[in-house]
Ligand binder design. Structure first.
Ligand SMILES: *Cc1c(COP(=O)(O)O)cnc(C)c1O
Length: 217
């Protein structure tokens, strides 16, 4: 039951992360109907987020609530999103940031973004290497009509809690380093259905949950 799942998650998130910060609950809505998504919105999720541009375009007029984008984004599809997305989690390369900046400038909108980091160094995942993430953040910060609001990462699949704890701590250190001198830095988006509790225990303040809200596909 979507409503019960959302209420239970909000209850668990109530006390915040390990630093007592509020944790935002974002519903990952790939392959869910607008009707299911709206049930999650009414139950109290902070935002909903699509992975694919095509699905976003089909559903977005029927979906209420704040809409984010979390999937891999081709530069030639940026034009379909500009002005409609409150937060882009998946800005994973300079070419994409440049295109979003250019389109945002032309449309006279400000696009809020997170810098995606490939924290597990996985070939199958996008994102800047951890060693390049801070310089990338500095570069993206200078682009017109973009505002960097933080960082996003997907953890590798692993049962090694020590390893996952270390990776999430590295992400939090990166976030803290940027936040120290930049008041726009607010969000560390980290945590999916399988690992969100560990992420929140290591300083994530935004989780993206699909299965935990809507059930398995
Ligand atoms: C699907 C997806 C999620 C949510 O995954 P679940 O395991 O279903 O919670 C989170 N982030 C991204 C980028 C996703 O594609």
């Amino acid at each position: 039951m979507v409503e019960e799942n959302v209420h239970a998650l909000l209850k668990k998130l109530e006390k915040g992360n390990c630093f007592g910060e509020h944790v935002a609950l974002v519903a990952a809505t790939k392959l869910r109907t607008a009707e299911e998504i709206n049930r999650a919105v009414l139950a109290g999720v902070d935002a909903v987020a699509e992975n694919r541009v095509q699905e976003f375009r089909e559903k977005h007029n029927h979906v209420r609530g704040v809409q984010h984008f979390i999937g891999h984004l081709q530069t030639n599809k940026v034009k379909y999103l500009v002005g409609k997305i409150a937060l882009y989690h998946s800005i994973d390369r300079d070419e994409l940031a440049d295109e979003l900046s250019r389109r945002s400038l032309a449309a006279q909108v400000l696009s809020e973004i997170l810098v995606q980091v490939n924290i597990g160094n996985e070939e199958s995942k996008g994102g800047y290497a951890l060693s390049d993430a801070f310089p990338a953040y500095k570069r993206l910060k200078t682009l017109p009509n973009l505002r960097v609001r933080g960082f996003m990462a997907m953890l590798p699949r692993s049962d090694d809690k020590q390893l996952l704890g270390n990776l999430t701590d590295e992400m939090r250190a990166l976030f803290d380093a940027a936040k120290k001198t930049d008041e726009n830095i607010t969000w560390l988006s980290m945590g999916m259905s399988e690992d969100w509790e560990l992420c929140v225990a290591h300083g994530s303040n935004m989780v993206r949950l699909g299965t935990a809200i809507f059930g398995a596909h």
